[in-house]
Design a protein around this ligand. Structure first.
Ligand code: PGA
Length: 243
């Protein structure tokens, strides 16, 4: 695992966008795995800027998002469909048919999940997977627990995650209790992984992800088994690994 520590969130965002830009430039048909949440917002802003400055062209890019809340309409402002349009897709030249985000509104979720995994394989697999990390070590919505599911699946959110994500909703009661997420197996199949973390609320999680016991109780620890992971963190998130 390569660890890159930067001085600020701004630098983290610019570096992450540069990695994505390089992948797009060197690959004729790049397949990106994308994450949502607060952390990658700055990276998406940089990618939009790079597109506007004609530094990067998304016309051959295919994307697969990690997860989506169950039961939220894609137009709901807290849905990840909405997030992706707002932060990236509405501002770049990606083809609609190349965008994939888990759908879990009014449909047969298990059939959808199988189809999602088939689509990733049909696209040739993910070349570069962007990840955030939950304070509880979750990746996507692969929550800590005794077991992990390899493939895309419907999952219950833990109380920690509901509490963390309630900041985006009017109250914790509004946070969906379930989500569809790509499984750790699918995520680990990506050729390269770029994990982003910013702020001291992530320091403990980063410490465990980098050097702790590998356990399903801390899904990010599994990334230690992947052969090409770069951890891009600011000083605050790196506080406990720099000591
Ligand atoms: P955040 O979420 O970027 O909003 O901190 C990360 C995550 O929960 O995976």
């Amino acid at each position: 695992m390569e660890i890159v520590v930067v001085e600020s969130y701004r630098e983290l965002s610019a570096r992450a966008a540069a990695v994505v830009g390089d992948e797009i430039k060197k690959n004729r048909r790049p397949v990106l795995g994308l994450a949502t949440g607060s952390t990658p917002e700055g990276m998406y802003a940089q990618l939009v800027r790079m597109f506007n400055d004609e530094e990067v062209d998304f016309s051959n890019v295919t994307t697969f998002n990690l997860d989506e809340y169950a039961g939220l309409h894609p137009e709901h402002p807290q849905s990840y469909h909405y997030y992706m349009r707002q932060h990236l897709f509405d501002h770049i030249n990606i083809k609609k048919e190349n965008i994939h985000i888990p759908q879990c509104y009014n449909q047969d979720v298990s059939e959808f999940c199988r189809e999602y995994d088939r689509s990733v394989i049909a696209a040739g697999g993910v070349d570069l997977q962007i990840l955030g990390i939950g304070g509880n070590g979750h990746i996507g919505f692969n929550e800590p627990g005794r077991y992990l599911n390899c493939l895309t699946h419907l999952t219950d959110l833990t109380e920690d995650t509901i509490k963390d994500n309630s900041r985006f909703f009017n109250s914790p009661d509004e946070v969906p209790r379930q989500a569809v997420t790509m499984g750790m197996g699918s995520i680990m199949h990506a050729a390269k992984i770029l994990l982003l973390a910013s702020g001291n609320s992530k320091a403990r999680a980063i410490k465990h992800a980098v050097g702790g016991t590998i356990t399903t109780d801390f899904p990010a620890s599994l990334l230690q088994l992947h052969r090409d992971v770069t951890l891009l963190v600011d000083r605050e998130a790196a506080a406990l690994i720099e000591k």
